[in-house]
Design a protein around this ligand. Structure first.
Ligand code: 5GP
Length: 139
């Protein structure tokens, strides 16, 4: 998959579109998914222009998965969800809709089915409140 500089996460990384941020460092950014599949659905993206897992440099991949683990711990603590789905799609045929590498952190609770992928936009005030709690829980 070739890299499209105008994909939505590239715009978020350049500050051209807003996001509800939970964590940022020199290599990565984590923010709330605006169409969460469950409460607490968070995304982690590298700051490298890589469309898929196959395109990114090993060092940036390492940084991104380490931040994914760190943010996932905070998401689990805040949501109280007993399970976490960590998902990552490579290519439209595999279900990828935004062509910039990202890891999904999706809380899973017993008996709860996931909302459809990228379907319903969440209440922004609720997402913001959740993001503040996740930020505070980051260690
Ligand atoms: P993919 O299908 O590429 O793995 O997932 C893309 C994810 O990005 C979906 O879960 C979708 O809800 C989310 N998403 C799409 N557009 C935006 C946006 O503008 N802002 C945020 N925060 N998430 C988005």
């Amino acid at each position: 998959m070739s890299y499209d500089n105008n994909n939505v996460f590239a715009k978020i990384l350049r500050g051209e579109l807003p996001c509800i941020r939970v964590y940022e460092d020199e290599q990565t950014l984590a923010f709330m998914d605006i169409m969460p599949q469950s409460e607490g659905h968070t995304l982690v993206v590298p700051k490298e222009a890589a469309a898929t897992l196959l395109d990114i440099s090993p060092a940036m991949l390492a940084a991104t998965i380490q931040v994914t683990q760190r943010v996932a711990k905070a998401v689990k603590q805040v949501t109280g969800a007993p399970g976490l789905l960590i998902a990552q799609f490579n290519g439209a045929e595999a279900g990828q809709t935004v062509p910039h590498l990202h890891f999904h952190i999706i809380p899973r609770r017993g008996g709860e089915s996931l909302r459809h992928h990228a379907s319903e936009t969440a209440d922004m005030a609720q997402l913001q409140a959740l993001a503040e709690k996740i930020k505070a829980a980051l260690i």
